[in-house]
Design a protein around this ligand. Structure first.
Ligand code: GTP
Ligand code: MG
Length: 222
């Protein structure tokens, strides 16, 4: 009898936990975003004086109503070139990926222009590097079916490329390209990790998608 009550109690009180992986080039704004998420869901002030991440930062937030009663465990990893090889060790256990883009460092955000020789140059910022990195995430077999949210970050800056151009000129073309690969849930949203604009919408999208996808990637019960 004790065991029955105990298991009913545990079932009633345990919560689902989903892991969210923050990826993107160095300087994209991943750690700043993590700070804003922590500040939005826990009684803390964001530390917006970030330094380049070497290794990882992790935070778990419990979502208040009207969100579903779940935990999000958010993993922020270093985006520097030499650290990107570590990303794949997180893929098989994550429930969603957030790919953060610096909207001020992708030129006009049109990858069609990269195919011409004239298209290569400083005026494209880090667009080509960003494309290669996103493709490498999409084509890894451990990310098959994992929902991906692309955040067009730094939208507070005057020199940013607007989200619709990042969506049409870059994200859609990569996803529909030969390395875009598998069918999955995806979305492109504008964001400013520095001001916090767009962070709630990002979390809401993630919550619904990890829940929809829980048959193929079940949560950890806590
Ligand atoms: N204006 C503006 N600056 C931002 C925004 N997000 C991040 N930054 C700035 O961009 C720089 C890099 O931010 P980080 O969050 O450290 O970048 P990261 O993606 O974690 O970089 P790595 O750890 O090297 O992978 C910092 O100076 C941030 O203040 C934003 O939305 N707007
Ligand atoms: Mg960082």
């Amino acid at each position: 009898m004790y065991h029955l009550f105990k298991s009913i109690y545990l079932h009633a009180t345990s919560k689902e936990e989903y892991s969210i992986l923050l990826l993107g080039l160095d300087n994209a704004g991943k750690t700043t975003l993590l700070e804003q998420v922590k500040a939005a869901f826990t009684p803390s002030h964001p530390n917006l004086k970030t330094v380049p991440t070497v290794g990882q930062n992790v935070a778990t937030v419990a979502l208040p109503p009207p969100n579903p009663p779940i935990y999000l465990k958010i993993w922020d990893v270093g985006g520097q070139h030499t650290l990107r090889g570590l990303w794949q060790s997180y893929y098989s256990s994550c429930h969603a990926i957030v790919f953060v883009i610096d909207s001020t460092d992708v030129g006009t955000a049109d990858i069609a222009t990269l195919s011409t020789d004239e298209g290569r140059g400083d005026e494209h910022g880090r667009l080509d590097e960003c494309r290669l990195v996103l493709e490498s995430v999409l084509e890894n077999e451990d990310t098959i079916g994992v929902p991906i949210l692309v955040l067009a970050n730094k939208q507070d800056r005057e020199d940013c490329v607007e989200v619709v151009r990042i969506k049409e000129g870059f994200v859609r073309k990569v996803f529909e390209g030969e390395k875009g690969g598998n069918v999955r849930d995806s979305r492109v949203l504008p964001c400013s990790a520095l001001t916090g604009t767009g962070v709630q919408e990002a979390i809401e999208w993630l919550c619904t998608r990890v829940s929809w996808n829980k048959e193929s990637r079940p949560p950890v019960m806590r």
